[in-house]
Design a binder for this molecule. Structure first.
Ligand code: BDR
Ligand code: CA
Length: 328
């Protein structure tokens, strides 16, 4: 199984991603770290514990991280994700508490342990899957860069080559903490950590319809399948649609089934200024980008894998089969 850590702002679609990561036998979920984003961080922690309980995975370490972006005030997205950040489903809340360590310390400890195993010849490097503003990951990589040998790659949901959602220019996770996103791209380039951006170019495409959601809900028993179905229903209703995206769960699919997305290695910068463009990921698709000697900024951007197309049905199937199997 692939060792993974998810960094989340649960979040309706983060919940969909957590269910997949907690239930799929191809993943070894080593910890989940929480950050303020879709909802304030304390709600994110409560939601995350609740999802892991429904998935029958109370063994997974959950830690509370940054409650605000590096520079600006937190602006949540409860208008999209509900007052509790997870669809206001009236679902029994977890009674568990998070790990006493800060999220950055949990990331440090898990990744150092992986690095130590690697030093002894095992290939147990961890795939880091941030599905939220990148605040925790920026703090981690600047504070403890020695964790790099424990990281296989970073596959993050955020950004876009084309359009935004939080603004016309910018995707929510990057818009919420642009400095953190810029730090993560910069630090990964410095430390030699490969990065994949699973952004809005693919994010909305893997979708689940209401009939499938109803089938999941019918599994009942307050298990993973019922929760999954109710999350899909909430999202579809909120957007007045007959289907909903699995959202962040698609990035977890990209770890499990990398061939389901088509990626291109492209230079990416994060816009930190700009009146209407702050938080935009500037993806350089000019055909001469190999020659950066003409770059007027005189500063090389990070070159990362950008997901440009997705086999949506394949990822929807992967998600549905996994969460249905997890119904009790
Ligand atoms: C991202 O922002 C949040 O609303 C979702 O959870 C996802 O991570 C999409 O822009
Ligand atoms: Ca998210």
């Amino acid at each position: 199984a692939i060792p993974v850590v998810l960094d989340v702002d649960t979040g309706v679609d983060d919940a969909c991603a957590l269910l997949l990561a907690a239930l799929h036998p191809g993943l070894d979920l080593r910890a989940v770290t929480c950050v303020g984003g879709n909802a304030p961080v304390d709600d994110v922690v409560a939601n995350t514990l609740t999802v892991l309980d429904a998935a029958g995975r109370p063994d997974v370490v959950v830690a509370r991280g940054a409650d605000r972006p590096l520079l600006e005030e937190a602006v949540d997205a409860r208008h999209v994700h509900g007052a509790d950040g997870m669809g206001d489903l009236d679902w029994p809340r977890s009674t568990r508490s998070p790990d006493p360590r800060h999220a950055v310390e949990v990331l440090r400890d898990v990744l150092r342990a992986a690095a130590a195993e690697v030093a002894h010849g095992a290939d147990t490097r961890v795939t880091l899957v941030p599905l939220a503003p990148l605040t925790n990951i920026a703090l981690l990589l600047r504070t403890y860069p020695d964790v790099a040998p424990g990281i296989r790659e970073v596959v993050f949901m955020g950004g876009a080559a084309h359009v935004g959602n939080a603004t016309a220019s910018a995707e929510f996770n990057v818009f919420h903490d642009p400095e953190a996103a810029a730090v993560v791209l910069d630090a990964c380039a410095d430390l030699g950590i490969p990065v994949t951006m699973y952004g809005l170019d693919v994010f909305y495409e893997p979708r689940v319809g209401l009939p499938e959601a109803d089938r999941l809900v019918a599994a009942g028993g307050r298990g993973a399948a019922e929760l999954a179905g109710r999350l899909v229903r909430f999202q579809a209703e909120r957007f007045g649609s007959d289907s909903a995206t699995i959202g962040d769960a698609g990035a977890v699919c990209a770890v499990l089934d990398p061939a389901g997305v088509q990626r291109e290695k492209l230079p990416v910068r994060v816009e930190l200024a700009g009146t209407w463009s702050r938080g935009r990921t500037i993806v350089d698709r000019r055909d001469w980008t190999g020659d950066l000697s003409h770059d007027p900024h005189g500063q090389a951007p990070a070159t990362i894998d950008v997901c440009l197309e997705v086999d949506a049905d394949r990822y929807t199937r992967l998600w549905l089969e996994t969460v249905e199997g997890g119904g009790r």
